[in-house]
Design a protein around this ligand. Structure first.
Ligand SMILES: [Zn+2]
Length: 310
């Protein structure tokens, strides 16, 4: 039996039960009023499967209401399989591959993968990385196949600079990456680095005078590490997502870059070395489908349904 034959990937009822067990380990929670014990199931042919009704607020809901899976007619078996595929491939999986495996159109696969990336993104209240006694590495990199467009300085006339990515990683903790478009590194440090952290970077001027507790190595003087002052953790991470982004996501649009970065951050923060297997990583991603702000809609209105359809 292959992993794809697991019941939650082939049977819609099993998929719903699987998702309910992940989202509601202690029983259904009403997404409308937050009631923990007021819900009962609406059974019978009159109701679509998986529908519940809250005794407290009288509203109906299903396991996908209030999640990034809401308002889609895509079967849950396909949602959980797509999530599993994205969580179990180290360098990512293209929407074309998802489309072939699930038997859906490319457009639908694209829509699904972006919603799943939203689920993988950190919670809005995740807070800064680091803290007292914690060491955080910071570094930037340019996403380009061509060395000519990597650095803004010395660009050929008319060439656009490659997208710049900025990452922070707490040693022994999580990585967080972002596309630096209009935001600068100073702003990113204020938002994402706990001020009590010790920051280690390369010799780039942008970090000077930003953080009190700051040490750097000077790559221009061939100094790559001095004791534990180095950015090797991020160099390794950058090489993984560059191979993934350039190899798998050939038509990546800059405006979606933050969601791709969230996907790579998520897999790294929930990696095998931490004892997290593919099934557990999938469950962690599925827990994240709730309460995420949606920044885009389905590309195809025929795929959406009224709110109550869940
Ligand atoms: Zn309620």
């Amino acid at each position: 039996m292959s992993a794809f034959d697991a019941p939650q990937f082939t049977d819609e009822t099993k998929a719903r039960e699987y998702l309910e067990a992940i989202r509601w380990p202690d029983g259904p929670v009403c997404p409308h009023c937050g009631s923990l014990e007021g819900a009962y199931r609406l059974e019978g042919k009159k109701h679509r499967p998986g529908l519940l009704k809250c005794k407290d607020c009288r509203e109906q809901f299903s396991v996908t209401v209030g999640t990034v899976f809401e308002r889609s007619k895509i079967p849950l078996t396909k949602w959980v399989l797509a999530t599993h595929l994205m969580c179990s491939s180290k360098k990512g999986i293209s929407s074309h591959q998802i489309a072939r495996t699930l038997g859906v159109t490319y457009k639908t696969a694209w829509f699904m993968t972006h919603r799943i990336r939203e689920a993988m993104a950190p919670a809005k209240d995740a807070g800064p990385l680091g803290g007292e006694g914690k060491t955080v590495e910071a570094d930037e990199t340019y996403l380009s196949k061509s060395p000519k467009t990597r650095k803004p300085a010395g660009l050929p006339l008319g060439a656009k600079p490659a997208p710049q990515v900025f990452s922070l990683v707490e040693r022994g903790g999580n990585v967080r990456s972002m596309y630096l478009d209009d935001k600068n590194i100073r702003g990113a440090l204020v938002q994402h680095l706990h001020e009590a952290s010790r920051l280690v970077t390369d010799g780039s001027n942008v970090y000077k005078a930003q953080v009190v507790n700051h040490e750097s190595v000077d790559h221009s003087k061939y100094e790559w590490a001095r004791g534990d002052v180095h950015t090797n953790t991020l160099e390794n991470f950058f090489s993984i997502f560059k191979r993934g982004l350039i190899g798998t996501y050939q038509h990546m649009d800059k405006k979606h870059l933050n969601r791709y970065l969230a996907e790579f951050d998520f897999r790294r923060n929930n990696r095998v070395k931490l004892g997290i297997n593919d099934a557990q990583r999938t469950a962690i991603a599925l827990k994240g489908i709730e309460g995420k702000r949606l920044t885009y809609r389905s590309p195809d209105e025929t795929q959406t349904a009224p709110l109550t359809q869940g």
